[in-house]
Design a protein around this ligand. Sequence first.
Ligand SMILES: Nc1ncnc2c1ncn2[C@@H]1O[C@H](COP(=O)(O)OP(=O)(O)OP(=O)(O)O)[C@@H](O)[C@H]1O
Length: 530
Amino acid sequence: MEPKIAGRRTRPESGALIQAIGITKLFGSFKANDSVDLTIRPGEIHALLGENGAGKSTLVKILYGSLQPSEGEIRWKGQPVRIASPSAARKLGIGMVFQHFSLFDALTVTENIALALSDRSNRTALAKEIEKVSLEYGLPLNPASRIVDLSVGERQRVEIVRCLLQNPELLIMDEPTSVLTPQEADDLFQTLDRLTARGCAVLYISHRLEEVKQICHHATILRLGKVVAECDPQQETASQLASLMVGADVHVLSSDTPPPTSAKTRLSVRNLSLPEPHPFAVALHDISLDLKAGEIVGIAGIAGNGQGEFFDALSGERTTDRPDTVTIDGKAAGKLGVTARRRLGAAFVPEERIGHGAVPRLRLSDNVLLTRHATGDQLLRVGVIDFGGMKTLADRIGRSFDVRKSAVDPEAGSLSGGNLQKFIVGREIDRQPSVLVVSQPTWGVDAGAAAVIRQVLIDLARSGSAVLIISQDLDEIFEIADRVAVISRGHLSEPVPARSLTREQIGLMMAGLGEGKPVAKKETAHAHRA
Ligand SMILES: Nc1ncnc2c1ncn2[C@@H]1O[C@H](COP(=O)(O)OP(=O)(O)OP(=O)(O)O)[C@@H](O)[C@H]1O
């Protein structure tokens, strides 16, 4: 089917479950949504696609009642409605599973779900209902489990069951597979099949175009706040979908030069062990790893298996007693903090963009100073801040990484998730560090921008830096890493050449199963705590 290019006004449609008609959302004078039309029919999985900053989250927040449109109408089963709040949306029959879960680690599944329901009195009856719904939709869960003991996939099931208990007719899912192993993603797709079979519609936001092709019946594509096309994604190739989103052909990665075999070691980790910093964290066990100039090593793993703790130990947010646990370009750095490690030529991009990678209430230029004040950029001289230099640098990063923003130097928090990620990655790569440690480099970043970031990481490595990426995205690891290691319960496996493993083998190792698993056999029973 030829994609239908938008331009025609949508009319109220009798069979539609929900319709957005001419939705415009202004932030100041900036149009995040511009006369958007969207029609979702019962029982369909409807993909909402678009580059970073295209306006997807804004539209979804309007449908879920957490933002109000500046103009336009929403019809629910043909009737105009005002969705004043998320609780109004839930009453209508709209549920939402967010990308970042809002669960309390120390509470059980039942206790967490009870918090979201108005009638919380009878816990035994609720536990029974949870069991019933989880059985019906293929979402195995033990209502008595504490969240801290669950894998990420299981936590997502809690969020889905929480929505299903309210009998939604529309379920909105924001990048649901970005945190899942391939096996968990397949299970989720089966659950979605069961949901749609009983007439529930799903609005599905994803940057993973192959999975959109696999499971979605219809797609609406946004570009710069406007609907630019609608199509049946199963009739398009992934690169056609990407081109519709971007309005141009998407860059194809090239890494023709293999990494040098006898290059110098730039980052070395030796027998790194650290206790868990708090009861819900993971201890690191005897991790050793060498990265040479010119190579990219990927660390795969399900979230919560020590990636954050490993990142903190590499970046200097946690130091060790022994200086030689971490060596950067031959200099012992185990006892050094973040700034001192940056001075040795290392750069770090943490997983959390907001609060860790950037301060949301500070402008982009101020955020530049946060990591670049000690790295030879001369932004801070004898105690005097060079505001002009900060702005120039922020502007250069914005242009090279195509950071889309609604003002010249806006607060970091006003950028869409993917654009902020491009800015943070750009800020660190722009320094040409000799060692780069980056966690989830393209999380929430659209296909076009992800290809650009991955190419820049390859180019950085091939120019002589050592690049360590910690990523849950196996496609990403296979696309750019020269060697792969898997982290599970704080143990790191021996890195092996990426080409010697299949996706399924790594998926099993991530879950603490299969060949080459990083944990001892006796530990595998709970090996996929996340
Ligand atoms: N509260 C806000 N104030 C100012 N501008 C905003 C605000 N929220 C969003 N925007 C702007 O609106 C645009 C659309 O953002 P939105 O988050 O809807 O995009 P998105 O398609 O979901 O992107 P991503 O895939 O990166 O999450 C962006 O340019 C963003 O900077």
